[in-house]
Write a new protein. Structure first.
Length: 166
């Protein structure tokens, strides 16, 4: 179960706005997190609380294939991102890093900054508790869901290597 306050953004938030290239000199999540969204929302790092949720319009994570973009947001305490849709490379990088991302236009359309968002992973529902709206996000294919549930691609590979073969 994920529960946090929403931070609402528009469309086409590119990876350079998530983590500017000038800060991509490390892979340390804590260091990257200090600069999360600083060119888009200079006060974000001071406001975000562990468990908070980013809500965005279309094409979140467009631009370069910067693997540290989801690492940055996860390091800043963001629990997940809910958007109308994602740039495919960001979506895949997020899954590979074990960072939950959900496509759910219905929740995006009713959500504002400060709303309380609840994601029930068992029921596969997202609720905007503030607005009284609940719906199901787009489903993951089974293998993507397995990567997500394992906490990332490397964890999934490691688990597969340790499972006995039939």
């Amino acid at each position: 179960m994920i529960q946090g306050s929403a931070h609402r953004y528009g469309a086409n938030i590119d990876t350079d706005r998530i983590i500017p290239a000038r800060h991509c000199t490390t892979a340390d999540a804590a260091e990257l997190a200090k600069h999360a969204l600083e060119d888009l929302d200079p006060d974000f790092v001071g406001r975000v609380q562990p468990g908070d949720v980013i809500i965005a319009e279309e094409n979140f994570g467009c631009g370069s294939s910067r693997e540290v973009a989801p690492v940055t947001l996860k390091g800043a305490g963001v629990s997940c991102i809910i958007a109308k849709d994602f740039a495919r490379i960001f979506f895949r990088n997020a899954i590979n890093m074990g960072f939950p991302v959900f496509e759910c236009p219905e929740i995006v359309d009713v959500s504002e900054t400060g709303d309380v968002i609840i994601v029930d992973l068992d029921a596969w529902t997202i609720e905007n508790k503030t607005r009284g709206r609940k719906c199901k996000p787009a489903a993951y294919p089974d293998e993507i869901l397995a990567i997500f549930q394992a906490g990332g691609l490397l964890n999934r590979i490691q688990a597969a290597r340790t499972q006995p073969t039939a």
